[in-house]
Ligand binder design. Sequence first.
Ligand SMILES: Nc1ncnc2c1ncn2[C@@H]1O[C@H](COP(=O)(O)OP(=O)(O)OP(=O)(O)O)[C@@H](O)[C@H]1O
Length: 281
Amino acid sequence: MWFLFKIWFFNFTWVDGLDVLLVAYLIYQFYKLLKGSIAVRILWGIAMLGIGYLAVNLLQLKLLGNILGQFFGVGVIAMIIIFQQEVRKFLLLVGRSQVFGDDNFWDALPWRKNKKSKVDINAVVEAARALSSSNTGALIVFARSTDMKFYAESGDMLDAVLSKRLLLSIFNKYSPLHDGAVIVGQSGRVVAARCILPVSENPHIPATMGLRHRSAIGVTEVTDAVVLVVSEETGQVSLAKNGEVHQGLSYQELRTKLTKYLAEKTSAPPMREVSVEVAER
Ligand SMILES: Nc1ncnc2c1ncn2[C@@H]1O[C@H](COP(=O)(O)OP(=O)(O)OP(=O)(O)O)[C@@H](O)[C@H]1O
């Protein structure tokens, strides 16, 4: 019953078809993860070494062949060590799409409408305006479907009502909580402050962007969170999502984009090259 078609002596069944599809899907996900990252260059390096190894074997250069053979002999383990970051990102992605585990699967169905976010956007926009005018740096992560518990636990747990005054107090330069990121949960409450985010290793991020912006981009590469950044240097307001950052937003743009992004049905972050969009003034 499972028999699909026959190629020469090979019986191709539905199960084989499913197997091929699953492997293709996994390779595609891994490719999306690596695309635009430094890991692609490492992969090229390994491919070059592999070609060199073949050539060395053909030319029967024993000493060099032995040295390269040692490297390829530990194959899978070496790969896991070299691509530790990428394997981690991949597992985080797999872990976050717990298909039927929560509302997210049902929310992703095409006929389901966008949900209104519980975040007090007014408070956020007003806080951004005040922080920007006083050149106070800020980093605020808005969780969407991904549970940000892992990152929240790197900081101080708060579980507080989101308000303009609270955000201004946290990011005040003299506050013990001002360093790192604030995480706002799906409930609209401030979950934690002083959180450490993963820093993006994307080589295409402009050198002008420091760690605050890099970590905003970094966390949106591995989760579907939306991140608001206020630059301490320029007062510029930016929003990062899916590894992309929109810089120099007006308050109206910030309100519109934040409202839209937080209501949107989420999809897996594409892991593509960073795109920096600076709004024209
Ligand atoms: N991994 C991280 N996770 C969370 N916050 C971080 C991380 N790295 C840096 N920061 C925050 O960013 C601040 C340093 O920002 P830095 O000046 O390097 O960034 P920037 O992108 O140039 O921003 P700005 O325009 O505000 O200067 C730190 O004081 C800290 O609060």
